[in-house]
Design a protein around this ligand. Structure first.
Ligand code: IPE
Ligand code: IPE
Ligand code: MG
Length: 260
């Protein structure tokens, strides 16, 4: 029985490997203006190699660089990367401390290159709860790249979708209370502007790696009509080919938005 299952799985893998897309193929189709990625599976990648979980996070950082570069080459306007959720504070302190050092390492290593590539760094999430060293590194990157008008590399750091919606509601309620806003004027567009994504358009494509099929509190409002691509590939193994394949899958979808 186990062998039958194994063969079946191998055939599935072989079939999916056949579907390879080159950058040129992808550029012939519609490029999603905003791609969001739930970068998952770092811990399992490390475990498979008998390495500490943090080794997986470190490896995952290199993938961020490669995917950013490719997204920029494809003409993607916004790439939002889920780097740390409001729930991730539950992890062991040592792991959280490591994760909070990664933005600095990433930016120290790659900021000059990002600037050269005209990338603009942004952040969504509750920055006030970040350690000051993390906060300072990010603020510097945001400031140093604010003149750039290429790809927006938007890090979701200490981000939670429900808190974001609650905070937008509070901000609107305050305005109604102070008399500067009429309840009748609250609509979807105004609500969207009060989210952390502000003027950034909703993602057309959401990718999650590592085989988990859930949102984990990510962009709950913004993904209302996104196309979802779930892949079993663990984030540190996610290569350019996988990214192209996800965009290729997006290009095959029929998006109807409730129409016919
Ligand atoms: C994703 O990888 C990175 C973060 C959540 C910070 P994980 O650390 O969740 O890896 P798994 O899911 O345990 O394999
Ligand atoms: C989601 O991954 C958060 C990030 C990728 C930053 P998790 O690994 O934290 O999600 P769960 O716990 O499996 O839902
Ligand atoms: Mg995970």
């Amino acid at each position: 029985m186990l062998n039958i299952l194994k063969n079946w799985k191998n055939q599935q893998n072989a079939a999916s490997n056949l579907e390879r897309y080159t950058k040129e193929d992808i550029l012939k189709g519609e490029i999603p203006a905003h791609i969001a990625i739930i970068m998952d599976g770092n811990g399992r990648w490390a475990k498979k190699r008998s390495l500490p979980r943090i080794a997986g996070h470190h490896e995952g950082m290199k993938v961020v660089k490669r995917v950013t570069k490719l997204a920029n080459q494809l003409g993607v306007k916004v790439l939002t990367l889920y780097a740390f959720s409001t729930e991730n504070w539950k992890r062991p302190k040592m792991e959280v401390d490591f994760l909070m050092k990664l933005p600095e390492e990433f930016l120290n290593t790659y900021l000059p290159e990002l600037i050269e590539e005209n990338v603009r760094v942004k952040i969504i999430g509750d920055e006030s709860a970040l350690p000051s060293h993390t906060y300072k590194a990010i603020e510097k990157a945001v400031k140093d790249t604010e003149q750039n008008d290429g790809l927006i590399l938007n890090f979701a750091l200490n981000y939670g979708g429900r808190t974001e919606i609650v905070n937008a509601s509070k901000a609107l309620a305050e305005q109604v209370k102070s008399g500067t806003l009429n309840i009748e004027d609250i609509d979807e567009a105004l609500f969207s502007k009060h989210l952390m994504t502000e003027s950034i358009q909703d993602p057309e494509l959401l990718i999650r790696t590592s085989g988990e099929i859930r949102l984990s509190n990510f962009m709950l409002w913004q993904v209302a009509y996104s196309e979802f691509v779930f892949t079993d590939v663990l984030w540190p193994d996610f290569k350019e080919d996988h990214f192209l394949k996800a965009v290729g899958e997006f290009q095959q979808r029929g998006r109807r938005f409730g129409g016919i």
